[in-house]
Design a binder for this molecule. Structure first.
Ligand SMILES: Cc1cc2nc3c(=O)[nH]c(=O)nc-3n(C[C@H](O)[C@H](O)[C@H](O)COP(=O)(O)OP(=O)(O)OC[C@H]3O[C@@H](n4cnc5c(N)ncnc54)[C@H](O)[C@@H]3O)c2cc1C
Length: 554
């Protein structure tokens, strides 16, 4: 059942076996997995089914450096479905090496292994509508699969891994019907959890305070609570709940909000491949079940260990869009139209280059001089993206020259001083806003550099091509747009040591017996993968744990 929280009487105290705070990918996946298990589930979702300005404003806050991190009300979406209402849909699991304690990545090591999560990935793939859980090109595409680059076969730099693409599925819209008809799940829209109240001994959640923007106030007293409010908001809620635990819930050791990670990403260098353009698969392929997928360069785990590298991948990408020298009408058209594109998708189209009449004219010339490609692209975009149910994932251009840049997406090592804290300013419901101080390390840049060196070495060794990049400008290239926008990781990290982690291997807050966290906040490290598939898998694992645990204690 889905109802408006304003229908709840002010002052009432609602009961449920499990209360989930947040109806994004994490919260919805968890609610679906708990449905049918003999439990009652109450899901509190702040937003509605459509964007709502006053609700989105509850996400406002500060950043210490806007060049490095977007304001906290950008990227995050405070509505049913959360950020999956605008996500790109790129899916891939973490790699087994990501769970290991690695000397090259300080503070690394998960208390669970890849094998612990593996049973939940196929269902996560299904919920994300990303097809089979198969991320090897040959296995997913069949024996007729062509290599990414003909003539390039390296045991050090692998190209047989895939990323798959969701529709992209908006979890709020896609699963509304299932939640609506589930007799054991109640979703309250417009319900903002403003505090987690503990029993006097601090060991159990007594109740959750809930407020609506229309002025209703009530509380929920569940047997178990799961915070699934997103990687930043979950930490904000823990830090803001200070009546019994003065430093915030679960924050006895000052870990909540620390170790905040995104990904280190940017376009780097020039790669010139030998051979014919037809020998290179730089765009999307389609699996037999109709899912778009794409290859990338990835350093083998054994080589990451040997060379002391953090995890990173590189995708074949088009040249720098702001520079009209690329002479591509589609790229110039995109650059000229960037003002019409949302903040989240327009940001990486604008590298700070100042628009001058001369620059404008050169881009316009590219558009006019390239009518065939520009028209073909528009037709393709309308039919395969705008009107299609399963959308073509991103702009891919015909490449006649075999010249590319590399789009890097790399892990950043967790560091305690990369963190979110609270400020005095409050939102419309009286909750302190957050302040984001995202930091990266020189080691993160160094690791991407050495990954590029390995890729260059292997391309040259195999005779497949040549990669040139400037080490002196690598940091600038990777930090041009700051942290990768929508990935909010590590603020309530999982671990077995209470001094360096917030939740245990079951995602339970160490110091509170009935409080759990779902989402990328619990990842101790980020790996190279986009986080959503893994956070959904973790939610499903948590669902299994909770139904067993609550059955035992009923
Ligand atoms: C532009 C963009 C592109 C992206 N592309 C990809 C991609 O290609 N692949 C990928 O893996 N990931 C991608 N992501 C990231 C992905 O969207 C997130 O990882 C995922 O949506 C997080 O899900 P979540 O449920 O943990 O959190 P959220 O989506 O943030 O959901 C949290 C929910 O909690 C609600 N909420 C917040 N506070 C409260 C409160 N106090 N009380 C009640 N409810 C509350 C919010 O309204 C929201 O619905 C992208 C993100 C963006 C913004």
């Amino acid at each position: 059942m889905i109802v408006d929280a304003n229908t709840v009487e002010s002052g009432s105290r609602l009961a449920a076996d499990v209360c989930i705070v947040g109806g994004g990918a994490a919260g919805i996946s968890l609610a679906l997995s708990l449905s049918g298990q003999g439990l009652t589930v109450l899901l509190l979702e702040s937003g509605r089914t459509t964007p709502h300005e006053a609700t989105q404003a509850l996400y406002e806050g500060e950043v210490s450096d806007e060049r490095l991190h977007s304001p906290p009300d950008k990227y995050r979406q405070r509505r049913m479905g959360g950020s999956t209402t605008i996500w790109g849909g790129r899916c891939m699991p973490l790699d087994p090496i990501d769970f290991e304690t690695r000397s090259q990545v300080p503070h690394s090591g998960w208390p669970i292994s890849f094998d612990d999560l593996l049973p939940f990935y196929p269902q996560a793939n299904a919920l994300a509508e990303a097809g089979r859980f198969s991320y090897d090109a040959e296995e997913a595409l069949g024996p007729a699969a062509q290599p990414m680059i003909r003539g390039f076969d390296s045991p050090i730099v692998r190209t047989n891994g895939l990323e798959r693409f969701s529709c992209p599925t908006d979890f709020g819209t896609r699963y509304a019907r299932r939640l609506q008809v589930a007799s054991d799940v109640k979703v309250l829209l417009g319900a903002n959890c403003t505090a987690v109240r503990l029993e006097a001994d601090g060991q159990d959640v007594r109740e959750l305070e809930v407020a609506t923007l229309a002025g209703k106030r009530f509380c929920v007293a569940p047997r178990a609570t799961v915070l699934a409010a997103g990687g930043l908001e979950t930490a904000r809620l823990l830090l803001a709940s200070r009546d019994v635990a003065p430093a915030g819930v679960g924050n006895e050791h000052d870990v909540v909000g620390r170790y905040y990670m995104c990904h280190v990403a940017g376009n780097v260098g020039t790669l010139v491949l030998n051979g014919r353009p037809n020998d290179v698969r730089h765009g999307y392929e389609v699996t037999p079940e109709g899912v778009y997928c794409r290859r990338r360069f990835a350093v083998a785990a054994s080589e990451q260990r040997r060379h002391g590298l953090a995890n990173a991948v590189a995708r074949l990408h088009f040249p720098r869009i702001t520079d009209p020298c690329h002479r591509n009408g589609v790229l110039s058209g995109l650059f000229l139209a960037r003002g019409l594109i949302s903040y989240e998708y327009g940001k990486r189209l604008n590298d700070g280059t100042r628009m001058t009449p001369g620059l404008y004219a050169r881009h316009l010339f590219n558009v006019v001089a390239d009518p065939i490609d520009t028209t073909a692209f528009l037709a393709h975009w309308v039919t395969r993206r705008t009107l299609a149910q399963r959308k073509f994932p991103s702009v891919i251009l015909r490449n006649r020259t075999n010249r590319f840049s590399l789009e890097m997406h790399g892990e950043q090592a967790p560091r305690a001083d990369s963190r979110i804290t609270l400020v005095e300013k409050t939102d419309a419901l009286g909750m302190p806003q957050l302040r984001v101080d995202w930091r990266y390390s020189s080691g993160d840049i160094e690791s991407v550099g050495r990954t590029l060196d390995l890729i260059a070495q292997e391309l040259e060794r195999s005779g497949a091509g040549r990669l040139d990049y400037r080490r002196e400008t690598l940091e600038e290239d990777l930090m041009r747009f700051g942290a990768y926008g929508g990935h909010h990781i590590g603020t309530a990290r999982m671990g077995s040591d209470v001094r360096t982690s917030v939740v245990d291997s079951d995602c339970r807050v160490h110091s509170v017996r009935n409080l759990f966290v779902a989402g990328s906040a619990v990842f101790p490290t980020s790996g190279q993968a986009n986080p959503t598939l893994t956070l959904v898998a973790l939610s499903l694992r948590l669902g299994k744990h909770l139904s067993q645990r609550l059955e035992l204690t009923s």
